[in-house]
Design a protein around this ligand. Structure first.
Ligand code: A3P
Length: 330
């Protein structure tokens, strides 16, 4: 139960955040009445800026914390499940894991998402938790993440599949901001960088540059590579988190167990992730099932024309050329 002073402080801060937000440049989002605001070179929904400002002022990262960083729809849910399963594998097995009963998002809170809607449940203050996630671009992360020894994993994905996944996901949102724009209009906005947390390519590149400067702090994962062959990546992830699998565990098949428990096929087919059921801890604007669509690499081919694909591939090539991020210049 919060004291009266906490409430007053909270309301004062929320007012201060709202005042900052009203001064920001705005653009129409992907829905007819959705407004995105620009903050720090990226586009945001207003509630998430409140959460960002709150996290920047209040998050105190500890050395044992682990932060999953990503642009939306690049594999966050998967990485949340994997990191949770890795660190809890001595407590639960594949028959008793809480992941079988609840959405992975319930176990790994976002730093910036919930604050505006549920300020009374301040996920930043839960001392028992060491796993966090965020879509905050690297340059805007709370300073304490960079100052502490905590580690981060960043997952990214082909921008064409990221776009299609986001577009399909937003269609499933319970929203009061009107109809979604058509595919072509949304795609044009995505290419121009106007999307939640966009520009996408800047988001990826910001973390990539940071990883080059500090490889011990940030691990980079690519959705397509993990999807093709998850085991070596899950082993490396566990090692990087400080929870490496021993030889004995490997021989017992424990890596495969974690991979299978967190696989798209397992999670999508759980009762809790089917139909219209939502998360159990608090209401959300998506059914759990929205987080498990197809899990395919290259689904963009069913939606984008060759010209659209060439446009975004060209943007990616220009942005990433020579950086080591593209397979052919590694
Ligand atoms: P698709 O829309 O292409 O199917 P995020 O978790 O960042 O929101 O990303 C969602 C994307 O990851 C969706 O892609 C979703 O289906 C896929 N996904 C969810 N859980 C997964 C898992 N366990 N393994 C692989 N992909 C998964």
């Amino acid at each position: 139960m919060e004291s009266k002073t906490d409430q007053t402080e909270l309301q004062k801060n929320q007012k201060r955040y709202r005042e900052i937000i009203t001064r920001l440049p705005e653009k129409k989002g992907w829905r007819q009445e959705e407004i995105l605001s620009e903050f720090g070179g990226h586009w945001w929904r207003k509630p998430n800026i409140q959460g960002l400002l709150h996290a920047r002022e209040n998050f105190r990262a500890r050395p044992d914390d682990f932060v999953i960083c990503s642009y939306p729809k690049t594999g966050t849910t998967w990485l949340k499940a994997l990191t949770f399963a890795i660190i809890n594998r001595f407590k639960f097995d594949e028959a008793t894991s809480p992941l079988l009963k609840r959405l992975p998002h319930e176990f790994v809170p976002y730093l910036e998402v919930e604050f505006a809607f549920f300020p009374e449940i301040d996920v930043l203050k839960d001392k028992a938790n060491t796993l966090f996630a965020t879509h905050i671009p690297f340059g805007l992360l709370p300073k304490s993440i960079l100052d502490s020894d905590c580690k981060m994993a960043y997952i990214w994905r082909d921008p064409k599949d990221t776009f299609i996944s986001l577009w399909a996901f937003l269609h499933k949102e319970k929203s009061e901001d009107g109809e979604m724009s058509g595919l072509e209009e949304s795609f044009d906005m995505f290419c121009k960088g106007v999307s939640v947390y966009g520009p996408y390519l800047d988001h990826v590149f910001g973390y990539w540059k940071a990883k080059q400067e500090n490889p011990k702090k940030i691990m980079f994962l690519k959705y397509e590579e993990m999807r093709a062959n998850p085991i070596p990546y899950v082993k490396r992830l566990a090692e990087f988190m400080g929870y490496g699998f021993t030889e004995e565990e490997e021989a017992k098949g424990n890596v495969e167990r974690v991979v299978n428990l967190c696989s798209f096929e397992t999670l999508k087919n759980l009762k809790t992730n089917k139909g219209e059921k939502g998360r159990k801890d608090r209401p959300g604007t998506f059914a759990n099932s929205a987080f498990f669509r197809k899990g395919e690499v290259g689904d963009w081919m069913n939606y984008l024309t060759p010209e659209m694909a060439a446009r975004i591939d060209g943007l990616m090539e220009n942005k990433f050329r020579g950086s080591g991020l593209l397979r052919h210049d590694r």
